[in-house]
Design a protein around this ligand. Structure first.
Ligand SMILES: [Fe+2]
Length: 246
């Protein structure tokens, strides 16, 4: 596989390194979480220093981002924490500013190149969700226990790839393990989920290939998690006793 199975790493324990993105006025900082050596697709935490600007442009690949802390202004509109952005390849990113600096969870589907700086203003525009304003919805997995709800952020009509937030209530518990036919990626925004793979704490991240059993799940105080898959999410549940012995 050209992308390594990562489970779990904690972004708070990682150090920053210098990083540049085409079109941005300042050198930024990055914590690289996951990287595909073939396609250049990546997931990272990036930090825009105060006064970062971008005059706008079109990029070669789709970019998805979640504003974690700080301020960001795009086309004159101000956005704050937990705003979700999806910029499809070739879609116009209008002029951007971060006055006081900000931190983003930043995901690309390949190597990021600026392909066009000319704007025509005709695009439908990038998708921007203030997640605080999105409605909670029931979970979509048949058999998912009561005690969690989701907010849909992005859905690709062709591939079924999707992103969502999952809010889990305190004292949620599921003793089963899950297996998915798709790649699953997650970032813990707040709270903590205990699993047999260790504690999934605030700032923790995983990138998990398909068909890897994971569980069981248990949280004392609840959590809010960002999830992402590369295709339609389906879940097979298995009991611990049914798992192959390692
Ligand atoms: Fe899962």
């Amino acid at each position: 596989m050209s992308r390594e199975h990562i489970e779990f790493i904690n972004t708070h324990e990682m150090s920053w390194h210098e990083f540049e993105l085409p079109g941005f006025s300042k050198e930024m900082k990055q914590k690289l979480l996951s990287y595909d050596t073939e396609s250049g697709a990546s997931t990272s935490i990036i930090y825009f220093p105060p006064g970062t600007t971008n005059d706008g442009g079109r990029y070669s690949v789709a970019i998805e981002a979640m504003l974690l802390t700080g301020d960001l202004k795009i086309a004159g509109n101000k956005y704050s924490d937990l705003t979700h952005f999806f910029i499809d390849s070739g879609e116009e990113l209008r002029s951007l500013t971060s006055q006081n600096g900000c931190e983003l969870l930043f995901m690309t589907e390949g190597k990021v190149e600026l392909v066009d700086k000319n704007m025509n203003g005709n695009d439908k525009g990038i998708q921007i969700n203030n997640t605080y304003e999105l409605p909670w919805q029931g979970t979509i997995t048949p058999g998912f226990p009561t005690g969690a709800m989701r907010k849909s952020l992005y859905q690709n009509a062709e591939t079924g790839a999707s992103s969502w937030l999952l809010g889990v209530l305190p004292q949620f518990k599921d003793s089963r393990y899950e297996i998915h036919p798709v790649i699953e990626e997650g970032f813990q925004i707040q709270g903590e989920l205990d699993t047999s793979g260790g504690p999934f704490k605030a700032g923790s991240y995983f990138w998990r290939p398909s068909e890897i059993p994971h569980g069981d799940f248990n949280t004392a105080r609840g959590c809010l998690t960002f999830f992402r898959t590369d295709g339609p999410l389906k879940t097979t549940y298995v009991e611990k006793e049914e798992l192959p012995i390692e």
